[in-house]
Design a binder for this molecule. Structure first.
Ligand code: FES
Ligand code: FES
Length: 187
């Protein structure tokens, strides 16, 4: 049983402790915003924030995540209002659905510790592999998000999402709190 905090909620995974965090999040917790790209640590599509650091969830077991605070793309904001999300839209720097969550997570982790990154610092912190090519706009978006976080700039809100975070992460047995996990008595 591995216990950790995911998007502010205590969760326990009744799974093999060597299960990669990626699969616990996607398959047990239904947090499918975290993407499986390569599975070997190259692409960063699976990035989640663990105790403030963007880590590749395909490389961490749930045993290694025990007791830690994990934020997935679903937990970045409830309504896509995180400055990184807003700036990616405003700068037209959205990439495909596989790449964008990991990019947003990596950028958010960077801006938490450095809201004023240089171009090179953005490139170093957002190493997601993709050749689809919005890199100049991506750097501009991350730097703009940093200015928004410092209240030096504002961005008009992008449209609200069509699905709530709760719906995206609906309760499944592995996400249930201990008291909700009791078996029904035999009739
Ligand atoms: S799926 Fe984890 S780095 Fe590619
Ligand atoms: S593969 Fe996702 S944007 Fe290029």
């Amino acid at each position: 049983m591995s216990k950790l905090t995911v998007n502010g909620r205590p969760v326990q995974f009744d799974m093999d402790p060597q299960t990669p965090l990626l699969w616990a999040l996607r398959d047990a917790a239904n947090l499918t915003g975290t993407k499986y790209g390569c599975g070997v640590g190259d692409c960063h599509a699976c990035a989640v924030i663990v105790d403030g650091e963007a880590l590749r969830s395909c490389l961490i077991t749930i045993a290694e995540a025990e007791g830690r605070f994990v934020t997935t793309i679903e937990g970045l904001s409830r309504d896509r209002s995180h400055p990184v999300q807003q700036a990616l839209v405003a700068e037209q720097a959205i990439q495909c659905g596989f790449c964008t969550p990991g990019i947003a997570i990596s950028a958010a982790a960077l801006l938490q510790r450095n809201p004023n990154p240089s171009e090179q610092e953005v490139k170093d912190a957002v190493p997601n592999i993709c050749r689809c090519g919005v890199y100049p706009r991506l750097v501009a978006a991350v730097q703009r998000a940093g200015r928004v976080m410092q209240r030096r700039e504002r961005i008009g809100a992008a449209p609200a999402p069509g699905i709530s975070a709760e719906d995206a992460a609906r309760a499944v047995p592995a996400m249930a709190l201990p008291q909700d996990n009791r078996e029904e008595p035999d009739q």
